[in-house]
Design a binder for this molecule. Structure first.
Ligand code: ATP
Ligand code: MG
Length: 339
């Protein structure tokens, strides 16, 4: 059985954009394949401490998993949720792969160049984390790893390391993950959804935008969120049309209406096209967002922490078993273990 693997970044707060653009598509993907594939969902806590030590890490990781559950992630026997640091094989394999990867290829990683190179003080974690990421993937023979474009280079590195080890020992030790082009095909990703900033719809909605009216957070008071929609920037065309380029504000509202209600965009467009009263559309979208948030927040509150911990304990037993088996194969090849 092939494995789809994804890391849940531990973010305390998510915007509606993060939810609709990243979390929901992942949940759909998992639910679609959970009978035929292993679905490995892990909390990359070792990656988290690269930037800083988050006092709320424990709280936030539980919350992140609840987001997935509240978004409808189905738990079947093939779904495995685990914390990276609870599976020590990740850091063990990281070390072994450090002795395979070259400094030159790691220096070429654009993420490192952007975040680290040239700065006076960077920890080695920022330089080395692509190798840890390779370990995260290769321990489970994961074929599909849904990542954003910014991570494609790391996925290529993972493939290269896997192939290099296999060639060195002339054995199929690792399964190289699928090429990024094949990954995209498998996942049927469209060009990605980009929810726009409510007050400045030329830009995408981002959690780091300081303006509160620009973004809707999943934790927003639903009534307050509705008000934000009512005051969203539109245009003066007085003609509802889906045209992200010329009318991004109105198009964004149509997009949100479609996504929070899970109805095809095309249907929303045909309902509203040609209407001139933006106020009517805003009222409808505001009410949809409010209803969506009320229901989502209620679901979230009704998931006990204990449910999450039970999933983790079960997932970690599975993950340790699979990962340790792979690690042993690698240790044998590197002569760290006797046959
Ligand atoms: P930041 O402002 O800190 O960059 P962000 O809101 O852009 O935060 P990220 O943590 O950079 O969020 O991205 C998390 C995930 O959410 C990524 O998969 C990203 O593609 C997706 N995402 C971010 N913003 C949007 C958006 N406006 N619409 C759809 N998806 C989004
Ligand atoms: Mg971002």
């Amino acid at each position: 059985m092939e494995t789809i693997l994804t890391g849940i970044r531990v973010n305390g707060e998510l915007t509606l954009g993060n939810f609709l653009g990243a979390l929901v598509p992942m949940v759909r993907l998992a639910n679609k394949h959970n009978k035929t594939h292993n679905i490995n969902i892990f909390i990359p806590d070792l990656h988290t401490i690269i930037s800083n030590v988050d006092g709320d890490l424990q709280k936030n990781l539980v919350k992140s998993i609840k987001y997935y559950l509240a978004a409808g992630l189905e738990i079947t026997d093939n779904v495995h949720i685990y914390r990276q640091s609870y599976v020590p094989a990740h850091s063990e394999l990281n070390w072994i792969l450090n002795c395979v990867a070259s400094v030159g290829e790691l220096k070429r990683m654009t993420q490192y160049k952007e975040k680290g190179e040239g700065k006076d003080s960077v920890n080695a974690g920022i330089f080395d984390y692509p190798v840890l990421m390779a370990a995260d993937i290769l321990l489970y023979d994961a074929t599909y790893v849904p990542v954003g474009e910014d991570q494609f280079q790391h996925l290529e590195l993972t493939r290269n390391l896997a192939i290099r080890v296999n060639n060195r020992f002339d054995q199929k030790i690792f399964t190289p993950p699928a090429k990024t082009s094949d990954q995209a095909k498998f996942m049927g990703v469209n060009d990605g959804i980009r929810i726009r900033d409510l007050t400045n719809p030329e830009k995408k909605m981002s959690k780091s935008t300081p303006s509160e009216n620009s973004k809707i957070m999943l934790s927003d008071d639903p009534k307050r969120a509705a008000k934000k929609i009512m005051s969203a920037t539109t245009d003066s065309e007085a003609n509802i049309k889906f045209d992200m380029f010329n009318q991004p504000g109105i198009s964004n509202l149509l997009q949100i209406e479609s996504l929070v209600n899970d109805i095809p965009l095309q249907d929303v467009i045909s309902t509203w096209s040609g209407e001139s009263r933006y106020g009517d559309l805003k009222k409808k979208v505001a009410s949809s967002v409010q209803t969506f948030l009320e229901s989502f927040q209620e679901k979230l509150e009704n998931i006990p922490d204990d449910d999450v911990y039970k999933l983790l304990e079960k997932g970690e037993i599975y993950a340790n078993k699979v990962a340790n088996q792979k690690l042993l194969t690698v240790q044998r090849a590197f002569n760290l273990r006797q046959y």
